[in-house]
Design a protein around this ligand. Structure first.
Ligand SMILES: Nc1ccn([C@@H]2O[C@H](COP(=O)(O)O)[C@@H](O)[C@H]2O)c(=O)n1
Ligand SMILES: C[C@@]1(CO)OP(=O)(O)OP(=O)(O)OC[C@H]1O
Length: 167
């Protein structure tokens, strides 16, 4: 059986504002500010969701969950990610691995990384060894360095049986 592999890239940015909870990778992080968005603004899960959709050539998060649809207001991004996981599975795709980088001046993400990895692994039904999450500051440069927002980049590798191509 031949295997076909595809790679996908996802990125996202949300502004940090007062009066919002900070949720990154499905984990609520104690911080003075949170990310602004139509949903829970989980910048990491949105980047991973886009990486998966990109790999499968299925568009992007906004196409599947429009921010003009009240149904997704304050949505739990884990629910959106699981829906995309199921969409890929229905098309015969298996997720091989995920790698992601959170760009945040603060808070310090390191203490939360194991919980975030566990959360992603659970939602994607992967072993934790197939999920990697990193964090970088912006060395005080630009909007991230000023603490005005947080960005995330993610890549996803997926595979399926080549016989399913164009099925
Ligand atoms: N929000 C962040 C940013 C970084 N880290 C950890 O610190 C290391 C050094 O970051 P630099 O941006 O100074 O290179 C980085 O490798 C992370 O382990 C973090 O926990 N939270
Ligand atoms: C997730 C959606 C939908 O609630 O809204 P936001 O939380 O604003 O996030 P974004 O990263 O702009 O992704 C697409 C949106 O459609």
């Amino acid at each position: 059986m031949n295997t076909m592999i595809r790679v996908g890239l996802g990125s996202d940015i949300h502004a940090l504002v007062e009066g919002r909870r900070l949720i990154i990778g499905g984990v609520e992080i104690p911080f003075a500010k949170g990310l602004l968005g139509h949903s829970d603004a989980d910048v990491l899960l949105h980047a991973v969701t886009d990486a998966l959709l990109g790999a499968a050539a299925l568009g992007d998060i906004g196409r599947h969950f429009p921010d003009t649809d009240a149904h997704y207001q304050d949505a739990d991004s884990r629910v959106l990610l699981r829906a995309v996981r199921d969409l890929l599975a229905e098309a015969g795709w298996r997720i091989v691995n995920i790698d992601a980088t959170i760009h945040a001046e603060r808070p310090k993400m390191a203490p939360y990384i194991p919980q975030i990895v566990a959360c992603l692994a659970e939602d994607l039904r992967l072993s934790p060894g197939c999920v990697n999450v990193k964090a970088k500051t912006a060395e005080k440069l630009g909007f991230i360095g000023r603490g005005e927002g947080i960005a995330c980049d993610a890549v996803a590798l997926i595979e399926r049986d080549a016989e399913l191509h164009d099925a």
